[in-house]
Design a protein around this ligand. Structure first.
Ligand code: APR
Length: 241
């Protein structure tokens, strides 16, 4: 049943192209005219009406138009969080709502009446992330094994400006979608099976910048907006449905 659902996700966002372009598949790097090397499920039996995706099927993403073997995309989907969303491996366009693997926790928000270096005209917003150690789920690198939490609660800062408040709203969306942290190996300490940042940068130093993760940093809000966008979190997410 889950393999059928995965195929439905592929078919929702990709259409089969009849004439195969003279290009390589960005996933397997073989020519699109050759079949995909991924044989992820037994060939469809007669009783199922031949519903399975065939190894030579080439699909085109409905929005960005990039083409690749549909079975290669299916294999990539099955290797990920299987949340019903797809991301084009060429241009990173997201189809559906991408979610991550952040463990359960708490995101708290406070306002601080103090200006941050580089933002003299407003106060600050403080975000406190709390996550407790636990056991890894099936979406994590070592399911059933424990994970640790270093440096929690983590304290983060934003300027309390219009743009800072917009970033805060988008960070709340990213938190709900489990995109702020993940379980993996810390690139700072090398520790495996621990909760780590997931590519959406936060400022963890308030009044100095010794770590490179402090203020001032004139590009920070724009950088974090593009990191959020690359995870599918944009201003569109804030509009009423
Ligand atoms: N503050 C904010 N971001 C950081 C910090 C820091 N002190 N150190 C690294 N990062 C960024 C890195 O630039 C990288 O993009 O987090 C990303 C992942 O780095 P890892 O070292 O794998 O992350 P993690 O182990 O979660 O955190 C490193 O961040 O908040 C602190 O207490 C935390 O000391 C720890 C450090």
């Amino acid at each position: 049943a889950s393999s059928q659902r995965a195929e439905e996700v592929i078919r929702r966002y990709m259409e089969v192209v009849p004439g195969v372009p003279d290009e390589d598949c960005i996933i397997c790097m073989d020519q699109l005219s050759n079949p995909s090397g991924y044989e992820t499920q037994p060939p469809a039996t007669a009783g199922e009406g031949g519903q399975g995706i065939l190894p030579d099927a080439v699909g085109k993403f409905v929005k960005c138009g990039h083409t690749l073997h549909m079975l290669c995309m299916l294999a990539m989907y099955n290797n990920g969080t299987k949340d019903g969303s797809l991301q084009c491996p060429s241009c990173k366009t997201i189809y559906g709502e991408k979610t991550g693997t952040q463990p359960k926790g708490k995101m708290e928000i406070y306002s601080i009446p103090q200006a941050l270096p580089g933002h003299p005209d407003c106060g600050a917003i403080q975000i406190i992330y709390s996550i407790l150690p636990g056991i890894q789920g099936p979406e994590h690198p070592n399911p059933g094994q424990p994970f640790t939490c270093r440096g929690f609660p983590r304290f983060c800062f934003l300027p309390d400006s219009d743009k800072g408040r917009k970033v805060l709203e988008l960070l709340k969306v990213a938190w709900m979608r489990r995109l702020i942290f993940t379980v993996g190996t810390s690139s700072t300490t090398g520790e495996p099976d621990t909760v780590v940042w997931n590519g959406i940068h936060h400022k963890t130093e308030m009044m100095s910048n010794l770590s490179g993760h402090g203020f001032p940093d004139p590009n920070y809000l724009d950088n974090v907006l593009s990191e959020l966008a690359s995870q599918g979190v944009t201003e569109d997410c804030l509009k009423a449905p």
